[in-house]
Design a protein around this ligand. Structure first.
Ligand code: ZN
Length: 128
């Protein structure tokens, strides 16, 4: 079900799920439209900008790849152009500098060949 999402991320594009019948945007993705039920669902590109709704700080991880990044924040980002809040790791600002409603932009971190993970960083700053 999420193949289109990950394919878009690998291209550096953020997408949300949209019903082809009623055009309702839904996030997180589901197998059916929350309004129509069974329907064709497609992937709608979004700008990749939003604001920080809330976050938590991770001080311990069992994932070796993230051990050097500790502590890091994981946030819920309210998208500017779609009714969706996406979860993702926050980078480019230490956790103590995070603020509710701060503007963020998505970036894509390659984690394996052909796979990129969307992460969020302060708008207008940081490496992409
Ligand atoms: Zn629908």
């Amino acid at each position: 079900m999420l193949g289109g999402y990950w394919a878009a991320a690998a291209r550096g594009e953020l997408v949300v799920q949209q019903c082809a019948a009623c055009e309702r945007v839904q996030w997180p993705p589901r197998d059916t439209c929350g309004r129509c039920g069974p329907a064709e669902l497609r992937w709608l590109p979004v700008a990749g900008t939003g604001s920080l709704f809330t976050w938590t700080v991770v001080h311990h991880t069992t994932v070796a790849a993230y051990a050097d990044a500790l502590p890091f924040a994981v946030g819920a980002v309210e998208l500017d152009d779609a009714p969706a809040r996406m979860l993702g790791r926050l980078r480019g600002a230490p956790p103590e500098e995070l603020e509710i409603d701060m503007p963020l932009e998505v970036a894509f971190e390659p984690v394996a060949p052909g796979i990129a993970l969307p992460v969020w960083q302060p708008a207008g700053g940081g490496p992409r």
